[in-house]
Structures are given as structure tokens and as C-alpha cells.
Design a protein around this ligand. Structure first.
Ligand SMILES: [Mn+2]
Length: 267
């Protein structure tokens, strides 16, 4: 599997300093996992995309062009997984993904937040979803958010207005993880190609404290793995990212380790 590091934190409006250390911290934990839970030996080829902390636009261009090359590789090389970095990197990644897979691409985002509260250009980690919709990169009907539990009123209005589907933590708890997973699988199967973005704050801070915006009441690591282990079996699953891991706020290292576990299980 190709792992691509994107050590960039300038898309976080100054609030994600430290996430540029995420990719190396996650990669350093990969070898601790001997086999995947279904018994396969994970193997990784590590790449990185050059970033320029002072130049957001140039970095976005780099992400876009390098990601395209990875998306154009043969399927035998496995699903490419990108390690952020702050969540702004997902904007260029998905843009590249949709340009290589133009037939009905879809995206599932695990996140405590809807990320459509501002309207910056280029989009930051606060509004990447807004940009993906406004620039018609992904059809709103092909966007699913999972794990939402702290939103602005305007964000929920935006989601409703554009018929973007989301599963809140309340809904996941009330309906049960199995039910929600079935609904997610049914919808994801209909996409021409599937991209999965994991903001580590989808996990409860008890499991992943090392991130910029801790939001209590989130998923257990096991619950997120349950969703991902099922989704990765879908034939249309083609790429993903894991973002917002901040080693500067992760003294025990458990957040980077949880992210590495997620990478291994998606391998
Ligand atoms: Mn988030």
C-alpha cells in the first residue's frame, strides 16, 4: 500500500500547529502492527508530498498533482492513503480524486465537525466541505458525514439545503452502530468510486486526545474500525486520508498509534 505523507498545517488558521508532525508520528507506529485483524501482512511504501508552509496555493497545487499520479496507478498497487496534516489537505486530494475518477465519485467523512462554517479562499480546515460543494467537485448527494457532534447552526442549514447526508453521534448511539453501518454501506455502494476521509477528532478524546479540537462524546476506536473494516471491502473504495493528528498535543502517543492502526486496517 502506498502511504503519502503531507506534513502541512498552514490550512488550519494557526490553530493546527503541530499537525505537520502527524505523518511521521503515524508512520513511526506502523511497524508495531504485525498483521491486519483479518490476518494479512501489511506492507507500506512511504512517499511524501513537498509542502511550503508559507505558500498555501503552491502546496495545494503540489498536493493536487502528486495525488493525481497516485490515483492513476494500477489497482494492484493498493489503495493510496494520505497522512495529514490539517484537514485542508482533503480539498486538493478530493479535487484530484474526482478529476481522475469523474464517474459519480463519492466521499465519506468521519469528523466531529461538518467543516463548512467559513468561506475562505483557498479553503481551510474549517470550510473544505463548503468548497467541495460550491465548486461542484463532488455532488452533495454523494457526501456522507459520520460522527458529527458540534456544529454551527449555519452549517446544519447548509447541509440540509444541499441534501448532504450525515449521521450524528446521537443518531449512531440511538440507532446502533450496525444499523448505521448498513445505511452507510448501502449508500456508498452506489458511488462510482469512494474516497474516505478520517478526521481523527471523530474519535472520542478519551481514545485520541492529540488533536486541535477535542469533542467529547465521540466514537470509540473499535467503533470507527468497525465502520472502516466493512467499507474497505467495497470494490469502489479507492483512496483515503487521515488528518488532524497533532503529536504536539499527544504526550502518550496514543493518537498517532490509533491513526496507525486505522491505516493498517485500511491496508
Ligand atoms: Mn473535525
Amino acid at each position: 500500500m502506498n502511504i503519502i505523507k503531507i506534513p502541512f498545517s498552514s490550512g488550519g488558521l494557526g490553530k493546527t500547529k503541530g499537525t505537520e508532525l502527524g505523518p511521521d508520528a503515524i508512520a513511526a507506529n506502523l511497524e508495531d502492527f504485525f498483521l491486519t485483524e483479518d490476518g494479512r501482512e501489511p506492507s507500506f511504501l512511504i512517499h511524501s508530498i513537498p509542502v511550503e508552509p508559507q505558500d498555501f496555493l503552491k502546496t495545494n497545487e503540489n498536493i493536487f498533482s502528486h495525488a493525481r499520479e497516485h490515483f492513476e496507478k494500477k489497482p494492484e498497487q493498493g489503495v493510496p492513503l494520505f497522512l495529514g496534516g490539517d484537514h485542508s489537505v482533503t480539498y486538493s486530494l478530493v479535487k484530484a480524486f474526482a478529476s481522475v475518477n469523474p464517474l459519480n465519485p463519492g466521499i465519506i467523512i468521519f469528523d466531529a465537525h461538518p467543516d463548512c462554517c467559513s468561506d475562505f479562499s483557498p479553503p481551510t480546515h474549517e470550510d473544505l466541505l463548503l468548497a467541495l460543494v460550491k465548486e461542484k467537485i463532488i455532488s452533495p448527494g454523494n457526501i456522507i458525514l459520520v460522527g458529527i457532534r458540534n456544529s454551527f447552526r449555519d452549517e446544519l442549514r447548509f447541509l440540509r439545503q444541499h441534501h448532504i447526508s450525515w449521521f450524528s453521534m446521537t443518531e449512531i448511539f440511538n440507532e446502533g452502530i450496525q444499523e448505521i453501518s448498513e445505511a452507510l454501506m448501502a449508500k456508498a455502494k452506489g458511488f462510482g468510486s469512494l474516497y474516505i476521509s478520517v478526521d481523527i477528532d471523530a474519535l472520542d478524546p478519551a481514545f485520541a486526545p492529540g488533536t486541535g479540537y477535542q469533542e467529547p462524546g465521540g466514537l470509540a476506536t473499535r467503533e470507527l474500525l468497525f465502520f472502516l473494516q466493512r467499507l474497505k471491502k467495497l470494490k469502489n473504495f479507492k483512496a483515503g486520508d487521515i488528518v488532524e493528528v497533532n503529536p504536539a498535543k499527544d504526550p502518550s502517543g496514543i493518537t498517532a498509534k490509533a491513526a496507525a492502526k486505522i491505516v493498517v486496517e485500511l491496508a
